[in-house]
Design a protein around this ligand. Structure first.
Ligand code: GLC
Length: 637
């Protein structure tokens, strides 16, 4: 199975969000399971020299976009065993940021068309193209409306993953012919349209052979208007081809035991000795009162409404009436940044607000924090809660999307398997009360330690997710189960062995006779029941059979190729098989035992061969498939 991932960003090359993390980790996890993967992203200006210097040009050509004919280059490097292709065009991608330009529709239409165009020229012909989010939404449309006319592309499947339904790639309808170079009928029939506009996300869903989202809960939530962002009805229509697979966490990348950013490293065994030291270091670094007994609450987040910042800013004054410290790291809307700054001014020594993003600081905050707050309005999957758990910071989340699927509410009465705290409604005081519940757990050391360990031991590995994707690729690309084949020789050999073992015992002889007679009857039945499969001259009556054994056999075999009939015959035969098997068991010598064991090894395969190859009526002793089959089957039981 070969899978090509197509996305607008991928770690470690270029990253603005969680999509890049997934693209950096999933292809590797799949490769480890034996799925061959490759990745393609645009060759942005922002990709560091470290990677650019390792790229080689593997193809150059042009791509048509309506009346335009644009240069495309394909650069390649291999990272961690994964071939990574970079679509090159400086006009489109030599810019200071990744998204947010007037010609984004054109840039990403170019990107996916170039991706398809490069396939015959690289050393990787995928079975499945796995595209992600709106930027790659047009890929399926170009594939099925255009490229598939070329036999090279026929049979290629497309899986489309929604990471965030909020960003859909919505553009004016005038781009259909003039930019996309697509027929207007795709707008009128709704394939690439929503609410009168061109919608890349909808196109991605429409043309995909299968759609996934990054958690099961999100897959269901987006069928409702609250989460569906105007596409809920269409999502619901796609019910038969959409499901969720929860993302994982790169547990090598995020490991408190080896993380170079931490002043003190720790693991599940020494966490209660070392983590308090990491916490004190963090308090020192951020100018907070150094005291390991004060619970440290943390938020590492974009400061936007979707992440629940309005809930948090609403209750933060009330929260600070408790004996707690708060650390915030992140950038975003100025209104939230200012509200948080003000909180820091009014609570010196207890609140540290850092309006910036610094990966090293983020890691030290995860390691030093006791509670990690994530009250998202929606969250397709979310990564921070998984990092927090691995670093022993207990998450407090709103039960939505991937937060609901990865954080199980801890119940102090059972204190068994919960790994965090969660609340249902998007309500500021539900958030506050849930944080307060966490504070009461913090004050009860044995309970708290159980909760911290549960969080640290949560299984968020990519392997689990990768297995689910691998199964999906098999399902979508129609890879058949390997057929269990047994040669005619093997069947004969097994039969001979069994016959040798039973021959001579009077009971076995009687059993074989009975089987032979039953076979004769079946052959007659089959040829009568299925006259169209047997030429007239080959049909026979019971009287003719002695004289024409070969003809009869041929007729029987032809008839038996009708699978259902053959199966019926096989069922009928079972009585005769039982006879012989029973006899063989009773009358056999020591040698029989080993013979039967060998026969048993051939197990189901021989059974199949025997039942399809119906009746060999004339020479039951010689062919003897039924005895062989039965004895083996008995052994298996
Ligand atoms: C988007 C989603 C986030 C998810 C990430 C990776 O950024 O908003 O929830 O974790 O994609 O799938």
């Amino acid at each position: 199975m070969k899978v090509l991932f197509v996305a607008s960003e991928a770690a470690p090359f270029i990253k603005t969000g969680g999509l890049a993390d997934v693209m950096g980790a999933l292809p590797k996890a799949l490769q480890a399971l034996g799925v061959e993967t490759a990745l393609v992203i645009p060759n942005y200006e922002g990709i560091s020299e470290e990677y650019k210097s390792r790229m080689e040009t593997v193809y150059t050509g042009t791509v048509d976009l309506s009346w335009r004919n644009q240069y495309m280059g394909v650069q390649k490097l291999v990272a961690d065993g994964i071939p990574v292709y970079f679509i090159d065009n400086e006009y489109y991608f030599k810019r200071e940021k990744l998204y947010g330009f007037d010609d984004d529709a054109e840039r990403f239409a170019f990107f996916v068309k170039a991706t398809l165009a490069m396939l015959p020229h690289i050393d990787f012909r995928p079975d499945v193209i796995h595209s992600n989010d709106w930027h790659t939404g047009m890929l399926g449309a170009y594939l099925k409306e255009d490229f598939m006319q070329d036999p090279f592309y026929q049979g290629l499947k497309n899986i489309y993953t929604i990471h965030n339904l909020k960003y859909q790639g919505v553009f004016g309808r005038e781009i259909v012919e003039n930019v996309l170079g697509m027929p207007l009928r795709l707008l009128y029939n709704g394939n690439i349209e929503n609410g009168g506009n061109v919608n890349f996300m909808k196109a991605g869903m429409c043309y995909a052979d299968y759609i996934t989202t990054v958690s099961s809960t999100y897959a269901e939530e987006i069928t409702y208007p609250y989460f569906g962002e105007g596409l809920e009805d269409y999502v619901a229509l796609c019910a038969g081809k959409i499901s969720g697979i929860l993302n994982g966490l790169d547990d090598k990348e995020y490991d408190p035991e080896t993380d170079q950013n931490l002043p003190v490293c720790f693991n599940g065994t020494n966490v209660f000795i070392k983590k308090p030291l990491a916490k004190e270091e963090l308090q020192r670094e951020l100018g907070l009162t150094v005291d390991r007994e004060i619970p440290v609450l943390a938020m590492i987040t974009r400061l936007v409404e979707a992440k629940g910042l309005d809930l948090f800013t609403y209750i933060m004054d009330e929260l600070m009436e408790e004996q707690v410290q708060l650390v915030v790291v992140g950038t975003g809307d100025e209104a939230y940044a200012n509200a948080l700054r003000e909180l820091a001014w009014t609570h010196p020594g207890n609140v540290s607000v850092n309006i910036l993003f610094d990966e090293g600081l983020a890691r030290r905050v995860y390691a030093g924090a006791d509670l990690f707050i994530m009250p998202s309005r929606y969250e397709a999957c979310g990564l921070s809660q998984m990092i927090a758990m691995r670093y022993g910071a207990v998450p407090v989340v709103r039960a939505t999307g991937g937060l609901k699927d990865s954080v199980k509410n801890f119940d102090k009465y059972t204190a068994v398997d919960g790994n965090g705290l969660s609340f249902e409604n998007f309500n500021a005081h539900e958030l506050l009360f849930t944080i307060k519940r966490g504070l009461t757990y913090f004050a009860d050391k044995p309970l708290w330690e159980k909760l911290v360990l549960n969080a640290m031991q949560s299984d968020n590995s990519w392997t689990r997710s990768a297995r689910a994707y691998a199964d999906l690729y098999d399902k979508v690309a129609g890879v058949p189960e390997p057929a269990e084949t047994v040669s005619e020789e093997q069947v004969e050999a097994t039969a001979e062995e069994i016959l040798k073992a039973v021959e001579g015992t009077p009971e076995a002889e009687a059993g074989l006779q009975a089987a032979a007679q039953e076979n004769e009857a079946e052959v007659n039945n089959i040829t009568k029941a299925e006259p169209e499969t047997v030429p007239a001259e080959e049909t026979h009556s019971g009287a003719a059979e002695e004289a024409e054994p070969v003809k009869k056999k041929t007729a029987a075999k032809k008839a038996a190729t009708k699978k259902t009939t053959a199966k019926k015959a096989a069922t009928k035969k079972s009585a005769a098989k039982k006879n012989v098997a029973g006899d063989a068991e009773e009358g056999a010598e020591t040698k029989k035992v080993s013979t039967r064991k060998r026969a048993a090894k051939k197990s189901a395969a021989v059974t199949d061969a025997a039942s399809v190859e119906t009746p060999a009526p004339a020479e039951p002793k010689k062919r003897g498939r039924k005895p062989g089959t039965k004895i083996k089957k008995k052994d298996a039981e």
